[in-house]
Design a protein around this ligand. Structure first.
Ligand SMILES: [Zn+2]
Length: 304
């Protein structure tokens, strides 16, 4: 077993970030992300198995990139992967470069494939849905749904972008981890803009073997280094790099509102136990306690 201190030395020194670039004067949009640190943090929070960690290390990068596609600063994105796998439902929220993730059964471990890969598809499920909800301040939430294709996540999200958002897309996601230690996690999204030539698409597709190994590639290189070496022939123009991090937006006030929404009968039941009610956030696992007095106050405030 590797210790945490060793991990700090093993991890590439760059913070988690999202890099935006454009190829061939706007023919193609590319996003690349490193999510190594936040995958380790999420795995620690949820005491995740290695298979769950491998799944988290693929969901976080794709959600970070989807968040990066939302232009509105105030926008909030919620991605739910509801598959029939052993891991249960996975939900990821993104707002202003802050991500949070919850996993139904994070401690479930599955046997590895013969080639030693983690069974991410077994964890996520091969059947089910990806539900994406975009919430803009002041507007109606916009939601779209697509079906899982393989449960390996990269293909599933490529399908989502191509079918639900109607943008031809290549997606590669990857996580290198073992015995509770995350060595690297990241992803790349390549999208053909309207008017992109078939020649450009064909040339980008030829490079799929490079992208497919993204977790190994970003292990010891910066996103900028990778972008310039992979896309040298495509006139890469870097548009910016932003820091991204795992950060929950829960609060005592939000939990109080959730309690108030339970309804009087449930609150009365809690009160009858005479014990404080303990609520745990699904995303950051922080526990908050509400005393019988707190519950009485909530009941009083919500009198019909
Ligand atoms: Zn929280």
């Amino acid at each position: 077993m590797k210790t945490k201190t060793m991990t700090d030395q093993l991890i590439y020194p760059d913070k988690d970030s999202l890099l935006r670039l454009m190829l061939n004067d706007g023919e193609v949009r590319v996003m690349m992300v490193r999510t190594t640190r936040m995958t380790q943090e999420a795995a620690d929070i949820h005491q995740a198995s290695d298979t769950a960690t491998a799944a988290i290390g693929r969901v976080l990068p794709v959600c970070a990139m989807m968040g990066g596609l939302m232009k509105e600063e105030e926008g909030r994105l919620t991605v739910t992967i509801a598959g029939d796998g052993a891991g249960g439902r996975v939900t990821c929220g993104v707002q202003a470069n802050h991500l949070k993730i919850s996993v139904g059964n994070p401690q479930v471990e599955l046997p590895r494939h013969q080639d030693d890969r983690f069974d991410v598809a077994g964890f996520i499920g091969r059947q089910g849905q990806i539900v994406v909800v975009k919430d803009f301040k002041g507007g109606e939430p916009f939601s779209s749904i697509s079906h899982l294709v393989s449960g390996e996540l990269g293909e599933d999200f490529a399908h989502y972008f191509t079918v639900s958002e109607q943008v031809p897309s290549l997606v590669a996601l990857g996580c290198l981890n073992q015995d509770g230690v995350v060595l690297s996690s990241g992803g790349i999204l390549i999208q053909a803009m309207p008017g992109c030539s078939d020649k450009t698409i064909a040339e980008l597709e030829l490079r799929i073997p490079f992208y497919a190994n993204i977790s190994r590639e970003i292990y010891d290189r910066s996103l900028r280094q990778l972008a310039t070496s992979w896309f040298l022939d495509f006139k890469p123009k870097i548009l910016g790099e932003e820091e991204i991090s795992l950060q929950c937006d829960c609060s005592r006030e939000k939990m109080r509102r959730a309690l108030a929404a339970l309804g009087r009968a449930d609150l009365q039941d809690m009160l009858d136990t005479g014990e404080p009610a303990q609520l745990t956030c699904h995303f950051c696992r922080e526990k908050r306690s509400f005393t019988p007095d707190d519950i009485r106050t909530i009941l009083k405030e919500n009198q019909p």
